[in-house]
Design a protein around this ligand. Structure first.
Ligand SMILES: Nc1ncnc2c1ncn2[C@@H]1O[C@H](COP(=O)(O)OP(=O)(O)O)[C@@H](O)[C@H]1O
Ligand SMILES: [Mg+2]
Length: 229
């Protein structure tokens, strides 16, 4: 779950990024966050994971109070949120299996649990047959599936995907979005950031549009009713 109340962000160099963001996402929701380049989408993502501190306002993510969270609790907050990036961020020298297992080792999961869980999530994303492949042996869509498996492996309550299809062709993009939809249907809250209007309109979801650091619409279904954007 996410609650942002009147959140503002001005970067240290004086760039304003967010002005008065109010946002409520409940457990189990699927939400698209859309807006043009530099509208503040990634800043919201970074505030939600406490990578960036808000200048003013209040926020809660999965029960963690962003205003009062102690540095020692930040890893726990981040474990409750799986992140998927546009550029996949896989480790080239590790196999698909090892990329996903690594995320579990990093949080101290026992080997016995890792051995069970990694094949399960790889099967969920349709990559069980590529376990021993290296990232450079995969297509873009397959690489992003590995990243989704890695985001999912520690069983987060929410996944945030920041432009997950930015490096993929339209067909692959639909496949990745469908995968995120399936994961959401299994119970994980999903926040998907994108600026691809046609892709969003393929899915009937809640769409929050942001422009110049402000939310300008929040509704079910289509994207950009305001044709000025
Ligand atoms: N670390 C930073 N320092 C200064 N300005 C930043 C930083 N990160 C982002 N910005 C600025 O904040 C605004 C919003 O950026 P961002 O949240 O990355 O937008 P989006 O993800 O929608 O493209 C932009 O004007 C951008 O240049
Ligand atoms: Mg961005």
């Amino acid at each position: 779950m996410v609650r942002l109340l009147d959140v503002c962000k001005v970067y240290e160099n004086g760039t304003p990024a967010l002005s008065g963001i109010n946002l409520k996402i409940d457990d189990g929701e699927f939400v698209f966050l859309v807006g043009s380049s530099a509208s503040g989408k990634s800043t919201i993502v970074k505030i939600l994971t406490s990578e960036v501190k808000m200048t003013s306002g209040r926020g809660i993510v999965n029960g963690f109070n962003l205003n009062r969270i102690k540095p020692s609790k930040i890893p726990e907050l981040r474990r409750s949120v799986g992140i998927v990036f546009q550029d996949f961020r896989l480790i080239d020298k590790k196999t698909v299996y090892e990329n996903v297992a690594f995320a579990m080792r990093a949080v101290g999961a026992p080997p016995r649990i890792i051995k069970k869980r990694v094949p399960y999530v790889l099967q969920l994303v349709g990559l069980e047959h590529k376990m021993k492949s290296f990232p450079n042996e995969l297509s873009g869509g397959e690489r992003q599936r590995v990243a989704v498996a890695r985001a999912l492996v520690n069983n987060p309550s929410m996944i945030i995907a920041d432009e997950p299809t930015g490096n993929l062709d339209p067909k692959m993009s639909i496949e990745i979005m469908s995968l995120l939809e399936k994961i959401n249907e299994l119970g994980t809250t999903m926040l998907v950031v994108t600026h691809e209007r046609e892709l969003v309109n393929e899915f009937s979801k809640r769409v929050i549009a942001i422009d110049q650091g402000r939310i300008i619409s929040d509704k079910m279904g289509g994207y950009y009713q305001n044709e000025n954007l």
